[in-house]
Design a protein around this ligand. Structure first.
Ligand SMILES: Cc1cc2nc3c(=O)[nH]c(=O)nc-3n(C[C@H](O)[C@H](O)[C@H](O)COP(=O)(O)OP(=O)(O)OC[C@H]3O[C@@H](n4cnc5c(N)ncnc54)[C@H](O)[C@@H]3O)c2cc1C
Length: 359
């Protein structure tokens, strides 16, 4: 197979770049490892509701994601925050009060964030995108790059955009070897939220709202350390989601984890929470197309993202980094995925990166 631009990774970054190249009638191929598209964006449908198991929010002050949502004809709504908050102390005692709802003013998307992915896919011809095809090796050629799929097929291109977490891309084999420091830099960039797991409990009724609660809760004992209402914009089914705070290596017993989540839901929200219609836990830390071993170490702050200068212009500008983690301003976020795709587009168009690479 041969193409001008090979985009590796069909998350928000790769898809938005592919849609842009497609609109301009350019020659490209988008290759995705998983059977599904969207990468860290993953929404599960249950009856009439769609529930986000990856990202849920975007925020005022993030221009690209807001513009994309509007351009695709999708509708945003505000995170539900009306009512009292809960706090569970280290002994499992639950207090309710009026405190600060941490996600007040955040936006969610009607139909879940997968709606963005589905709309972007419609803009990319089927013969320009291939799923279920992991890449595992890249080779520099005299005038570009050759990518090898796990199944052994070779895709030859003038440029390759790595629209995936740098840590995941560091696992490819490179011939010739990347310059010293490049692989170390790639491995050193933590993938935002990759070590996280999210639990979603779906119910017929929003009984917590009926009881004057917003669905917001924080806990010192877990397993969920931060919960929020995850219901659709209008109508049911309704849901609560929580970030799991137990470290990845000691939450691998899924059955036990489900049971602990159920028990905590009852401690927090009362006996009506005991039997969710659906309880889903998505553990990203063990998903090899998102996380590597290094992502199992918890992150305590948002890293300082951007493209390290050692990763700029690799292999005579044929390797272009494009995943959210290389975005200088909004790195790690959905907005960052679009910012990074914009950067990759500039490199493809001008042959040169911009000067805001860091270090
Ligand atoms: C639990 C969770 C909650 C989050 N919450 C938020 C939030 O509320 N707001 C926010 O802004 N951001 C949030 N994020 C971060 C957000 O999801 C990411 O910033 C964004 O989705 C990254 O998009 P991307 O295209 O750069 O990378 P990804 O979505 O990671 O896409 C990379 C793609 O590359 C593919 N790939 C990997 N390996 C290969 C290979 N060998 N060959 C081919 N393809 C490959 C992957 O399958 C994937 O589809 C959250 C993330 C998680 C996991």
């Amino acid at each position: 197979m041969q193409t001008q631009t090979l985009i590796i990774g069909g998350g928000l970054s790769g898809l938005s770049l592919a849609a842009r190249l497609s609109a301009e009638g350019r020659d490209f191929l988008l290759v995705e490892a998983r059977e599904r598209w969207g990468g860290r964006i993953l929404s599960e449908q249950y009856q009439e509701g769609t529930f986000d198991l990856g990202p849920s929010w975007f925020w005022p002050g993030q221009p690209r994601i807001s513009a994309l949502v509007a351009h695709l004809g999708l509708k945003r709504f505000e995170q539900f925050c009306q009512g009292e908050l809960l706090y569970e102390d280290e002994r499992g005692h639950v207090q309710r009060g009026r405190g600060f709802a941490s996600m007040q003013g955040s936006w969610r998307l009607q139909g879940g964030l997968a709606a963005v992915i589905n709309k972007l896919l419609q803009k990319i011809p089927v013969d320009r995108r291939i799923s279920a095809t992991p890449i595992n090796a890249l080779r520099k050629t005299s005038d570009g790059v050759a990518a090898q799929t796990v199944a052994g097929t070779e895709i030859v291109a003038k440029k390759a955009v790595l629209a995936l977490p740098p840590r995941v891309a560091a696992q490819f084999s490179y011939a010739p070897a990347l310059p010293s420091g490049a692989l170390t830099a790639m491995e050193g960039i933590p993938t935002w939220m990759a070590g996280q797991a999210k639990a979603i409990a779906v119910y017929d009724r929003p009984f917590w709202r009926d009881n004057g609660l917003s669905g917001d809760a924080t806990s010192r004992i877990g397993p969920m350390v931060e919960c929020h209402d995850a219901s659709p914009a209008a109508g049911g089914p309704y849901a609560i989601f929580g970030f799991i705070g137990i470290p990845p290596d000691i939450r691998r017993d899924t059955e036990a984890l489900h049971e602990q989540v159920r028990m905590q839901l009852v401690r927090l929200f009362g006996p009506e929470a005991k039997n969710p219609k659906r309880l889903h836990v998505k553990d990203w830390a063990f998903d090899p197309y998102t996380a590597t071993y290094h992502d199992r170490k918890p992150l305590h702050a948002h890293p300082n993202y951007g493209l390290p200068s050692v990763l700029s212009g690799l292999w005579d500008e044929t390797l272009v980094f494009g995943g959210s983690e290389v975005a200088p301003t909004f790195g790690g976020f959905l907005e960052g995925a679009l910012e990074a795709a914009e950067y990759a587009y500039t490199v493809l168009k001008t042959g040169r990166g911009r000067s805001e690479t860091r270090l």
